[in-house]
Unconditional design. Structure first.
Ligand code: KIV
Ligand code: ZN
Length: 551
């Protein structure tokens, strides 16, 4: 990199708008959405979609709720032309959906575009030409007046052919391509020249799309450009102002959100931001950002995983694991403190009584978009006891006492560390079983019987000790006290039970219970044990032996 980058690059000049209004506004409703997946998105694929992939993606976009879909550049390739014809001829476009097609200001291309639209119900014809100083100088070698001339000729050619689409509802759209790199005064001039030809009215509006074709400045500058246009262009009420942002500086989402504050009505973009270079605006993110603020986005992402699956299969692109809302790891917490906070927040939410979602680290409820709480926490060697306990409880109904969580957490973390990857819930349960439930050496239960006389319980336990059968008898004020008495009488060093709890594990005839016991030895050491049995008394006896076996 250069030591003196200012010698090669320069800052982008701000827009003169001292009384800008957008910073004081808030968004209160969703814009009109237009998906450009099948055009701008498709155009940027190493292997463009074939017709059947395009059809599948089109159906998915319709299902999501898009009412405006740019289906392609029908004059640019036979595939795009045939795709357009199939949609129209096979009646695949719902009555309320507008088919949008893109075309440059060239007569042959406009001709072919019109051919592709015959018989359609609702169409948006999208004309564009580039307007920035670099495009004027480098690509076209034309003056501002000549650039306006291109736009006006294209607009006129379209206007002249409109009678050919009798019976079709037509809306016209113009984009001064590279708008954000164009002087606002010139963008206004060229747009007004097109408006002069198309004569939009408040009843028959045209779309003026103001693309951030290549990001050249910060989002506040784009917002200023949009507000400037909204305030200075003539007949604003005859226009639908549209945004079309890209991501060269990774701020396409911010640009769109600020552009909406600045007065825009419509947003073009793609699912998950597929598009040229660093991609187009990700409509899923902007829509769910609105949803997160309680605004109905008018698009349905309740099964986001299914949409990701169709998108990845049709485009060959991958949604990165940390992609907002859709990425595989988005609702996953690895750090112990995050896991703990999420667990408490989800509990509070599940208990009811809170009006608004306010769970730490989770911006929205994952289940609203078809993702599951189960995905929220996975355990790795950095996870805390909270994550381990949460998984055992939510996946298997194992409710570890707090202090046992503290004992088992580090044991599980060490084991996960040895695995060298994340541990699944099933693996954690296996670890717990190995550590507590299946501890049958040196003590193992064969049978346990009690009888009660005048408030005293007597027990007879048949056990294996180091594999050898032994019989132990004891008495106390309950079965466990009798067992402890019998074991100590048999020569086991003195110990006492300081915690006992149990709960059912599953329902039905085979219902089993799990008991948790903590013992304290004469020297003050404590140990946890756990036992499972269909009989709760036997589960607790097993738990005592488990604690002894772990001592
Ligand atoms: O990015 C862009 O400027 C475009 C135009 C054709 C609208 O895709
Ligand atoms: Zn674009």
């Amino acid at each position: 990199m250069l030591k003196e980058p200012w010698k090669k690059y320069r800052p982008f000049p701000p827009v003169e708008l001292p009384d800008r209004q957008w910073p004081n506004r808030v968004l209160t409703r969703a814009p009109i959405w237009c998906s450009v997946d099948l055009r701008d998105g498709n155009q940027a694929l190493a292997i463009p979609m074939n017709v059947s992939q395009k059809l599948e993606l089109f159906n998915t976009l319709v299902k999501i709720g898009f009412k405006e879909i740019e289906v392609g550049f029908p004059s640019a390739s036979n595939t795009e032309f045939r795709f357009n014809r199939r949609l129209i001829e096979e009646g695949r476009v719902p009555e309320d959906v507008w088919l949008q097609v893109l075309v440059q200001a060239r007569e042959d291309l406009i001709e072919r575009t019109f051919e592709s639209l015959v018989g359609a119900r609702k169409v948006i014809i999208h004309l564009y030409n580039s307007t920035s100083p670099a495009q004027r100088r480098v690509v076209f070698g034309k003056s501002k007046a000549e650039i306006i001339e291109i736009a006006v000729r294209g607009a006129q050619m379209i206007k002249d052919r409109l009678p050919r689409l009798a019976g079709t509802e037509v809306r016209l759209q113009y984009s001064p391509e590279s708008f954000s790199a164009t002087e606002v005064e010139f963008a206004k001039e060229v747009s007004e020249a097109v408006m002069e030809v198309w004569q939009p009215t408040p009843e028959r509006k045209m779309i003026l799309n103001l693309p951030d074709t290549v990001e050249v400045a910060m989002p506040n500058v784009y917002a200023d450009q949009i507000e400037w246009m909204c305030r200075h262009i003539k007949n604003r009420d005859a226009l639908i102002i549209s945004l079309h942002t890209h991501n060269d500086r990774n701020t396409g989402t911010a640009k769109t959100e600020l552009g909406l504050l600045a007065g825009a009505d419509r947003v073009e973009g793609t699912l998950f931001g597929n598009g040229e270079r660093t991609g187009n605006l990700d409509i899923v993110t902007v829509a769910l950002n609105l949803y997160m603020h309680g605004i109905d986005p008018g698009l349905d992402f309740s099964d986001l995983n299914a949409i990701v699956e169709v998108y990845e299969r049709c485009t060959g692109m991958i949604v990165p694991p940390r992609h907002p809302y859709a990425g595989e790891l988005v609702f996953t917490a690895f750090s112990g403190s995050h896991q703990d906070a999420i667990r408490k927040g989800l509990r509070e939410w599940a208990a009811g009584g809170r009006e608004y979602w306010d769970v730490p680290y989770l911006t929205i409820d994952p289940t609203d978009i078809g993702r599951e709480y189960r995905e929220v926490i996975r355990v790795n060697s950095q996870s805390g006891k909270g994550g381990v306990a949460y998984l055992l409880e939510t996946q298997f109904g194992i409710e570890l006492p707090k202090d046992l969580q503290r004992e088992f957490g580090p044991i599980a973390n060490d084991e996960v560390d040895r695995l060298g990857r994340e541990g699944s819930a099933a693996e954690l349960k296996d670890m717990f079983w190995r550590e507590y439930i299946e501890r049958t050496w040196p003590w193992q239960l064969q049978s346990f019987a009690t009888e009660s006389l005048n408030g005293t319980v007597r027990c007879r336990a048949r056990l294996l000790r180091d594999g050898e059968p032994v019989e132990i008898r004891g008495e106390g004020n309950g079965p466990l006290a009798a067992l402890v008495h019998g074991l100590v009488g048999f020569g086991v060093p003195r110990f006492e039970i300081i915690h006992y709890s149990e709960h059912a594990l599953s329902e039905g005839e085979e219902a089993s219970a799990i008991a948790y016991i903590q013992i304290r030895h004469a020297d003050g050491r404590t140990r946890w044990g756990a036992g499972v049995d269909t009989n709760i008394e036997l589960a607790s006896v097993r738990a005592v032996l488990s604690a002894l076996n772990r001592s």
